[in-house]
Design a protein around this ligand. Sequence first.
Ligand SMILES: Nc1ncnc2c1ncn2[C@@H]1O[C@H](COP(=O)(O)OP(=O)(O)O)[C@@H](O)[C@H]1O
Ligand SMILES: [Mg+2]
Length: 267
Amino acid sequence: MQSELSAVVHTDILQVEDLSVYYGSFLALRDVYLSIPQQKITAFIGPSGCGKSTLLRCFNRLNDFVTGARVEGRILFHGMNLYDPNVDPVDVRRRIGMVFQKPNPFPKSIYENIAYGARINGYQGNIDELVERSLRDAALWDEVKDKLKQSGLSLSGGQQQRLCIARALAIEPEVLLMDEPCSALDPISTQRIEELMSHLKERYTIIIVTHNMQQAARTSDFTAFFNAQHMETGERSGFLVEYGLTEMIFESPKQESTQDYVSGRFG
Ligand SMILES: Nc1ncnc2c1ncn2[C@@H]1O[C@H](COP(=O)(O)OP(=O)(O)O)[C@@H](O)[C@H]1O
Ligand SMILES: [Mg+2]
């Protein structure tokens, strides 16, 4: 796997080394090694419960908020371990932003949804300009420019998700984590988000969890396939099966279980 990937010229922004995640005594994800290339889209696929969201949350230390969650191993971000004791998780979350499955705008105006986070992060520039730029970057500006004072919750589901993307972009992160960002959206909104992702990767590194195989194949440059396996304890622990260029994972995977999954035989 390593030799194949090193043939492709890219810089890795995140390196996962021997990562395992426990919830209490339950080993949810074990022994993951994975490198995330900069300014590319990496998709995480695999059946429900195999640890995709768990791993995604590790990248911006959201598991810190989950009682009983414990992370072993290292995640290097530009070579710095995100789990070093002297790393500030608030700073990590500023540089590595997250968009969730269900759009979750603040119950505030469209304008404030973007201005609020920027202000609490001490943004020094012109907030009006930041709001416009972020909404433009999220391909939402033309639809909302005349109603910035309306509640973010008055928008359609697809617009709300783009508002959440705009809010994440306003903090100027380097990495955008997206956990099934389209699973609550209709096909047209989904298509808009996918088009948006292909623009955003010129400036951002994107990691997307998706259940939609076509979406992974259409949008991503690299794909990681995860599965879960019964351990001696009887628990099902998640692990990384195979990782590589998306076309390789979909057209000529090395593992039989990857082939079965991408051809829709289980999951
Ligand atoms: N907060 C939690 N507490 C306990 N177990 C959890 C928690 N979150 C997830 N799990 C368990 O960890 C495993 C991986 O879950 P998850 O990362 O959500 O998988 P996926 O996103 O691939 O569906 C599952 O068995 C799930 O039940
Ligand atoms: Mg999940």
